[in-house]
Design a protein around this ligand. Structure first.
Ligand SMILES: Cc1cc2nc3c(=O)[nH]c(=O)nc-3n(C[C@H](O)[C@H](O)[C@H](O)COP(=O)(O)OP(=O)(O)OC[C@H]3O[C@@H](n4cnc5c(N)ncnc54)[C@H](O)[C@@H]3O)c2cc1C
Length: 461
C-alpha cells in the first residue's frame, strides 16, 4: 500500500521535506500539503517590502510544482487537531484525514505584549505576507512614512533595514539596555547604536511602551515609560515569537519550549515528525536540544524529516545558532554560544572604524563568535564565513588558537592549515550532493550554469 505523508505548513520545512521525499521515493506515495497561506519564504518578505521584488517572488511553489511532485494541496486550510491514537487529523473545515506519516511544520507567530492600543488600525506585527501587505497599504499614500518599531531583535531589524532602504523615518523602542540583545553583546551593540544614530534612526533603549493612542487623523501617539511621547504613522510590534502549537492540544505529542524532536526529527510518536520554528531539536556538538528559529535550521529539519519519512534513517548532527544581519549597511553576525561567560574570549573593538570581533573558546575549540563591520569590508565577510566553518566542523585549533589570539584578522591561515574547507566539502546532510530546487518562479530556467566548484555541493543531474 502506498504510504500517505501529510505535511502541515508551507514554509521551508514543508517544501524541503516534499522535495526530499520525492528524491528518495517515486511519485507512488501520496503527499498532502495543508497550509493556511500560500507556500512562501518569509525570508523574502523584506525584499518585497523594500520594493525590490513583487509579492509573487516570495512564493516557493506553484500548481506546476505540486503536479510534477504529485502533491495534493489543501491551501488555504487549517489543521485544528491531531489524534496520534488513530493517525488522523481534523481540519477547521470539518474534514478528517488519515496519515501514515505526519510532519508538523507550523512555524511560529508574533507574541504581543499587553500594551493598551495594540488593536488600533496602523498598529501591527510584521511577520507574514498579510502583515507586509497591510504595512504597504498603510504607507502607500504617505510621502515619508514615520514608523515606530517596538523591539530591536533580529527579525525586527531585518524589516527595519527594508524600511530604511525605502527612505522612511524610523524609530525603535527596546526594553533591554541595548539593541539586538539576543544576537550581540554590549560592545557590538554599541557600534550598531552609533551607526543607527548616523543613519538618523532614533533609538530608545532601556525603556518600554506604556500605551498607544489615536492622534490627529491617522497618526498614533506612543507614550514611553521614560516620559517621552512619540508621534508616528505606523507602530510595528516586533517583541518576539512563539511556536504554533495550538493544534497539539490533547494530542499527547511532547512539547518543551517547542515540539521536542530527536535526531531523526521524530516526536515521541515515531511516525509523527516536526521541524523548524515549531520544533526544539538537537544542537550541533552538544547533547542538548533548543529552539533555533532560523532559515538554515528549518531547511535542514525539512530535509532530514523528509528523508526519514521516505524510509531512510538519517541522523541530524544538530543546528548551529547563527544570525547574520545587515543593519542599514553595517554587517553583524553571531554564531554559537557567543554569550558564554565561562568561555575564554578575545575582543577587538574599533568604534570609529566600526570594527568589532569577539571570539570565544573552551580549551582550543572555538564555541562562539560575534562580528561587526561595514558592508564593504570584504575581509570581514570572508572571515565570518571561515569562522562559521570552524564552528560547524568543531575543528580543534591546537597551536592555531594562539595565532588567532595574536592575529585576530588572520583567520585564513588556520582555516587553510586545518583543512576546514575540505572537511566542509566532505560533509553533506543526506550523505550526497544536494539536488537543485524543483521550483522556479514562472517555470523559468536558470540562465547561469553552475560552475564546477558549485557542482561539488549541488548536483546538476
Ligand atoms: C520577515 C522575516 C525575515 C526573516 N529573515 C530571515 C533571515 O534572513 N535569516 C534566517 O535565518 N531566518 C529568517 N527568518 C526566519 C525564517 O523565515 C524562519 O525560521 C522560517 O520561515 C521557519 O520555517 P518553518 O517552515 O518552520 O515555518 P514558516 O515559514 O513560519 O511556515 C509555517 C507555515 O505553517 C502555517 N500554519 C501554522 N499553523 C497551521 C495550521 N494549524 N494549519 C495549517 N497551516 C498552519 C503558517 O501560517 C505558515 O505559513 C525570517 C522571518 C521573517 C518573518
Amino acid at each position: 500500500m502506498a504510504q500517505h505523508h501529510i505535511i502541515i505548513g508551507g514554509g521551508p520545512v514543508a517544501t524541503n521535506a516534499i522535495e526530499t521525499i520525492r528524491e528518495f521515493e517515486s511519485t507512488g506515495s501520496q503527499i498532502t500539503l495543508i497550509c493556511d497561506e500560500p507556500a512562501h519564504s518569509r525570508m523574502a518578505l523584506p525584499y518585497w517590502l523594500a520594493n525590490q521584488i513583487p509579492r509573487e517572488h516570495t512564493y516557493t511553489a506553484d500548481d506546476d510544482f505540486y503536479q510534477r511532485l504529485n502533491v495534493e494541496t489543501r491551501i488555504p486550510e487549517q489543521v485544528q487537531s491531531i489524534n496520534p491514537g488513530d493517525n488522523t487529523l481534523q481540519l477547521a473545515g470539518g474534514d478528517t484525514l488519515q496519515f501514515d506519516n505526519l510532519l508538523i511544520a507550523t512555524g511560529a507567530s508574533p507574541l504581543n505584549p499587553p500594551i493598551p492600543g495594540l488593536d488600533l488600525p496602523g498598529v501591527q506585527s510584521l511577520w507574514s505576507l498579510a502583515h507586509t501587505e497591510s504595512l504597504l497599504n498603510a504607507t502607500d499614500a504617505l510621502k515619508k512614512p514615520r514608523v515606530l518599531m517596538i523591539g530591536a531583535g533580529f527579525i525586527g531589524f531585518i524589516m527595519l533595514n527594508a524600511m530604511y532602504k525605502r527612505g522612511w523615518q524610523l524609530e525603535v523602542v527596546e526594553r533591554e539596555p541595548h539593541v539586538l540583545p539576543r544576537m550581540l553583546d554590549v560592545g557590538a551593540a554599541a557600534l550598531v547604536e552609533n551607526w543607527l544614530a548616523e543613519k538618523e534612526v532614533e533609538l530608545h533603549c532601556g525603556t518600554t511602551v506604556q500605551s498607544i493612542s489615536q492622534g490627529d487623523g491617522s497618526t498614533k501617539v506612543v507614550e514611553l515609560d521614560s516620559g517621552q511621547t512619540v508621534e508616528t504613522d505606523v507602530v510595528i510590534v516586533a517583541t518576539g515569537i512563539q511556536p504554533n502549537l495550538g493544534l497539539l492540544d490533547g494530542s499527547g505529542i511532547a512539547t518543551g519550549e517547542g515540539i521536542v524532536v530527536n535526531d531523526l526529527m521524530q516526536t515521541n510518536f515515531k511516525n509523527i515528525y516536526a521541524g523548524g520554528d515549531a520544533a526544539q531539536g538537537p544542537i550541533l556538538h552538544s547533547d542538548q536540544t533548543a529552539m533555533h528559529p532560523i532559515q538554515p535550521t528549518a531547511v535542514d529539519h525539512g530535509r532530514i524529516a523528509g528523508a526519514n519519512m521516505a524510509g531512510q534513517k538519517i541522523h541530524y548532527p544538530g543546528s548551529l545558532l547563527m544570525n547574520v544581519l545587515d543593519v542599514c549597511g553595517l554587517q553583524c553576525a553571531s554564531f554559537g554560544v557567543w554569550s558564554d561567560s565561562s568561555a575564554e574570549a578575545i575582543t577587538i573593538s574599533n568604534a570609529t572604524g566600526y570594527v568589532y570581533r569577539n571570539m570565544l573558546w573552551q580549551d582550543d575549540e572555538m564555541v562562539g563568535a560575534i562580528f561587526v563591520g561595514r558592508a564593504g569590508d570584504v575581509g570581514m565577510l570572508t572571515d565570518v564565513g571561515m569562522v562559521k566553518g570552524i564552528l560547524q566542523t568543531g575543528t580543534r585549533l591546537g597551536a592555531w588558537k594562539a595565532h588567532i589570539k595574536e592575529n585576530p584578522f588572520d583567520i585564513r591561515r588556520p582555516y587553510m592549515a586545518l583543512k576546514v574547507a575540505q572537511q566542509l566539502a566532505g560533509t553533506t546532510l543526506l550523505g550526497r550532493a544536494a539536488q537543485p530546487r524543483q521550483y522556479r518562479f514562472g517555470g523559468q530556467e536558470a540562465t547561469v550554469p553552475p560552475n564546477p566548484s558549485h557542482q561539488v555541493y549541488v548536483s546538476t543531474k
